[in-house]
Design a protein around this ligand. Structure first.
Ligand SMILES: [Zn+2]
Length: 111
């Protein structure tokens, strides 16, 4: 713990920690240290397995693709995922469909 993460609000690097809470002196934003350390990159699948870039996951339900009539079938294997810091926290490419974003709660790590 040598360097504290910058403020997610204003990117100030003058953040300081008080009892597990990070505080930004520039904009007054406060956030928990634990969440900052994991900053969107701790992505778990539907059963709680930690996912990593390059993992293969399996869909646990049929997913309708926005703006198309295609449906990703339950059991579809998705290789080479990339974790993303957003609502759809898995970026991947599906053969025949292209790049899409998935939600980690709808997948399970393939073994
Ligand atoms: Zn700030």
């Amino acid at each position: 713990m040598d360097t504290l993460p910058p403020c997610p609000e204003c990117r100030s690097t003058f953040t300081y920690e008080v009892e597990g809470t990070l505080t930004c002196p520039e904009c007054g934003h406060e956030w928990p240290l634990a969440a900052a350390a994991e900053a969107g990159l701790e992505v778990r699948d539907s059963v709680g397995n930690l996912l990593a870039d390059g993992d293969t996951v399996t869909l646990i339900k049929d997913l309708k693709l926005k703006g198309s009539s295609s449906v990703l079938k339950i059991g579809t294997k998705v290789r080479g995922i990339r974790l993303a810091d957003s609502d759809h926290n898995i970026d991947c490419k599906i053969p025949g469909i292209g790049p899409i974003g998935l939600k980690s709660e709808f997948v399970k790590k393939a073994t």
